[in-house]
Design a protein around this ligand. Structure first.
Ligand code: GUN
Length: 291
């Protein structure tokens, strides 16, 4: 069993991006500028956005954080999106989700200029990605693809089971894995809460992507010998054993599953660090497209 080290790969990619930023600076070009909009004080969102801003600083990007309280109106947020769309200094921006219930996430996402949508959530980007056109691919699926590529894991002709059909992970990653391209060509089964015989599907999988958000869901008896397992779960549960008071739990029962795998991602340190790097890669791409 080999551990897929997302921390190491993400550090390598950050180094690669930092070199590109240095070249941009040396040639007198503007450095990429990412803005993040954060509404409210959700612990998870605060942590993710803080990591994104810090990662920008470390690799030499400019970053701007715009904060609102929970009671911000949809109209105000739409105005901010419009401002960011029209701000020439901003190359890309994200609105951290989830948003408070009185704000339509769809409306906000659809208001973002697809050329600045470095989260890859806008339907234009999702549509382009689906038909194989150049697009911003959302961070987690893009990170999973990058990990699989950098570990030279073959996907062509393989049976891949994706557990979860979310717009952010399950659905896009299933499209990317099945596409006719340099990466992909897998036979993909998308499983979800209504799937019958989930265990049988998993047992026939060469690659399993667990993205359902249920800690420890995938057990040892659901995985065949030699499978590749990618754990996308990031459930934060309270813990008195960590400094932060929280512990991250993946969707895979690591102790049971890992001895059967050829490759497996740990949680933390697998897919997680790759999502931020994908966002940075998208922002670099946005900046290049705009220059
Ligand atoms: N909430 C959880 N993951 C994400 C993400 O990748 N982008 C945004 N904007 N919100 C999120």
């Amino acid at each position: 069993m080999e551990l897929i080290d997302g921390k190491k790969i993400s550090a390598e990619i950050k180094q690669e991006i930092a070199l590109e930023v240095q070249k941009m600076k040396d040639s007198g070009a503007k450095v990429p500028h990412l803005a993040a909009v954060l509404v409210g004080h959700d612990g998870g969102s605060e942590t993710y956005v803080a990591h994104k801003v810090k990662a920008c600083e470390l690799i030499g990007f400019k970053s701007t954080l715009i904060r609102y309280e929970d009671d911000v109106t949809e109209e105000e947020l739409l105005k901010t999106v419009d401002k960011l769309n029209n701000d020439d200094d901003i190359d890309g921006f994200i609105v951290q989700l989830p948003l408070p219930k009185h704000i339509s996430e769809e409306k906000i996402i659809e208001a973002i200029d697809p050329g600045k949508d470095v989260d890859g959530f806008h339907p234009v980007n999702v549509g382009k990605m689906s038909v194989g056109l150049p697009a911003f691919v959302s961070a987690t699926p893009a990170g999973i693809v990058e990990l699989i590529k950098r570990y030279n894991i073959e996907t062509s002709g393989k049976h891949c089971v994706v557990i979860g059909r979310s717009n952010i992970v399950g659905r896009p990653v299933s499209i990317l894995l099945s596409q006719k391209a340099d990466f992909g060509d897998a036979t993909v089964t998308v499983c979800h809460s209504r799937t019958k015989n989930l265990k049988e599907h998993c047992l026939s999988a060469d690659i399993i992507i667990a993205a359902l958000g249920m800690p420890g869901f995938l057990k040892g008896d659901m995985v065949k010998e030699g499978a590749v397992v990618i754990d996308v779960g990031t459930t934060r549960l309270k813990s008195d054993k960590t400094k932060s008071g929280f512990k991250l739990h993946g969707d895979v029962d690591f102790d049971e599953v890992s001895p059967k795998c050829s490759y497996i991602t740990p949680v933390p340190g697998g897919v997680g660090p790759m999502t931020i790097v994908s966002l940075l890669m998208n922002t670099l791409k946005a900046a290049k497209n705009r220059n």
